[in-house]
Design a protein around this ligand. Structure first.
Ligand code: DC
Length: 233
C-alpha cells in the first residue's frame, strides 16, 4: 500500500473536487487536452456500477462489489468529450440518465463499493500526469496529489448551467426543480459518513459562480505551472 502510494508520487496529479454541476468535468477535459495528461472521471465509475446494478437487477452489496471490481470499461477520446464503453457498448449517454445518477449517489455512500473502486482509480495515475475529477480525489484517492483544487459555485448558478446544457440537448427542464435536486444531492454527498464531499485541508478553493470556463481554465493552468514548472509547458 505504502509502496504503491510512493510509486504514484512520481506522477504529477491535479485533483479537482467539488459538488455536481460546478464545471469539473468540462474544466478537466479542457485541462487534460491542454496539458496532454490523462483524466479520471471518477463519477463515471460510480455511474457505471449503478447502471450495471440496475440492468442486472443486482442491488446487494456483494453484487455491487463484484460489478465495481470487474466491469469492463474503456474510455475513448471523442472530440471535446470522453466516450465511455462498457463491455464494448457505448454507454456515454446511458450513464447520464437521472435514474442512474440517483442510484450512483446511493451506492457511493457504501464504504465497500468505494473501497472496490479505489485501486481502479489509482491506476489512472500514469505519466505524463493525471487530472482527477470527483468528490474525494484530494482527500482519499490521491492524498499526495501535488495540486488540489476544490471547485464550487452557488447551487443557483450550477442549476442554471445544467438547465442550459439540458436545453441545448433538447431536453425539457425546470429550473426550480433542478436547484432543489442539486441541493438534495449536495446534502447526500456531504453528509454521508464514507468519504463525504469536503475540501482537503491543503486544497485551493475556487468559487466559479462569477467566472467563465476560460477564466477557470486559465487560473488552474497558472497554478499548475507554478506547481509543476516545466512539466506542464
Ligand atoms: O460527478 P457525478 O455526478 O458523475 O457523480 C455521480 C455520483 O457519484 C454522485 O452522487 C457523487 C458520487 N461520486 C462520489 O461519491 N465520489 C466520487 N469521487 C465521484 C462521484
Amino acid at each position: 500500500m505504502r509502496g504503491k502510494q510512493k510509486m504514484s508520487d512520481a506522477v504529477p496529479v491535479i485533483t479537482l473536487d467539488g459538488p455536481g454541476g460546478a464545471g469539473k468535468g468540462t474544466i478537466c477535459l479542457l485541462l487534460a487536452d491542454k496539458l496532454g495528461w490523462n483524466m479520471l472521471d471518477s463519477g463515471s465509475l460510480y455511474r457505471l456500477t449503478a447502471l450495471e446494478s440496475l440492468r442486472k437487477n443486482a442491488p446487494e452489496d456483494a453484487q455491487l462489489i463484484e460489478i465495481a471490481k470487474n466491469m469492463d470499461i474503456v474510455y475513448v477520446p471523442d472530440g471535446v468529450r470522453l466516450k465511455v464503453m462498457l463491455s464494448g457498448e457505448d454507454v456515454t449517454d446511458a450513464i447520464r440518465a437521472e435514474e442512474v445518477g440517483s442510484k450512483a449517489s446511493e451506492i457511493a455512500a457504501i464504504p465497500a463499493v468505494r473501497q472496490a473502486l479505489l485501486e481502479r482509480q489509482r491506476a489512472f495515475a500514469t505519466l505524463p500526469g493525471l487530472l482527477a475529477d470527483g468528490r474525494d480525489m484530494g482527500t482519499v484517492v490521491f492524498p499526495h496529489a501535488q495540486l488540489k483544487i476544490f471547485l464550487t459555485a452557488s447551487p443557483e448558478e450550477r442549476a442554471k448551467r445544467r438547465y442550459k446544457q439540458l436545453k441545448e440537448k433538447g431536453i425539457d427542464a425546470n429550473l426550480p426543480e433542478l436547484v432543489a435536486e442539486l441541493k438534495a444531492r449536495d446534502r447526500r454527498d456531504s453528509e454521508r459518513s464514507a468519504a463525504p464531499l469536503k475540501a482537503a485541508d491543503d486544497a485551493v478553493l475556487l468559487d466559479t459562480t462569477e467566472m467563465s470556463i476560460d477564466e477557470v481554465v486559465n487560473q488552474v493552468m497558472q497554478m499548475a505551472s507554478e506547481c509543476f514548472g516545466n512539466k506542464v509547458v
